[in-house]
Design a protein around this ligand. Structure first.
Ligand code: ADP
Ligand code: ZN
Length: 214
């Protein structure tokens, strides 16, 4: 089974992808995490994507597709995409890739959160510099301010969670990613979940979509 999660940055795709991929035994593909790993490793690819990411712009489609195809060529589990595709061109590239492998997308899940809520969440997001755990200083703060509950390392604001960059990412989503909703909506595999609920409630709604299927 292959699944795509769609939604604004900050809609909770990453959180839901972790839960769902474990539950269904799928491989969680986060292009954002892949690029952040390359940045941390200071690889040539990391250097190439750095300027796009810190500015809140999209990495060019060609590069995204190349990196993904290389990473996924030997993966045999079902794929759960989080943060990809982000443009119609990426979606077409993915369709062609699946077709060449005799596979298809089984479900597209749109996690629907209002824009104002997304901006609030991203501004309040802190990420652990040690283990990557995500906090929200308003709704799910750590026990001790600025320190991870799990590994006690400092919590940081992601470079692209700074106010100016958040506005850019929201605009990029509207311009380049939102058109994917109509791309997939007519396909018969499109599902929508109310992403303004608590993470556990969203997970329950999504799980219900797959009850008895995995
Ligand atoms: P979020 O969904 O919270 O914006 P991600 O971790 O998914 O964060 O992505 C962070 C950044 O990585 C994006 O702003 C963009 O620069 C880059 N990126 C991730 N996925 C893609 C993609 N599919 N196409 C182009 N750029 C991407
Ligand atoms: Zn931690």
């Amino acid at each position: 089974m292959n699944i795509i999660l769609l939604g604004y940055p900050g809609s909770g795709k990453g959180t839901q992808a972790k839960v769902l991929s474990q539950k269904l035994g799928m491989f969680h593909v986060s292009t954002g995490d892949i690029f952040r790993e390359e940045l941390a490793k200071k690889s040539p690819l990391g250097a190439e994507v750095a300027s796009y990411m810190t500015a809140g712009r999209l990495v060019p489609d060609k590069l995204v597709l190349e990196v993904l195809k290389a990473r996924l060529s030997v993966e045999t589990r079902g794929l759960l995409f989080d943060g990809f595709p982000r443009t119609v061109e990426q979606a077409e590239g993915l369709d062609n890739w699946f077709e060449s492998r005799g596979q298809a997308i089984d479900a597209v899940i749109f996690i629907n959160v209002p824009e104002a809520e997304v901006a609030r969440r991203l501004g309040a997001r802190r990420t652990c510099s040690g283990c990557g755990k995500i906090y929200n200083v308003v709704t799910s703060p750590p026990a001790k301010e600025g320190v991870c509950d799990v590994c006690a390392k400092p919590l940081l604001t992601r470079e692209d969670d700074k106010a100016e960059v958040i506005a850019r990412r929201i605009q990029v989503y509207k311009d380049q990613t939102e058109p994917l909703l109509s791309y997939y909506r007519s396909s018969g595999i499109f599902h929508e979940a109310d992403g303004s609920l608590a993470p556990e409630a969203v997970a329950a709604k999504i799980a219900a979509m797959f009850a008895g299927k995995a």
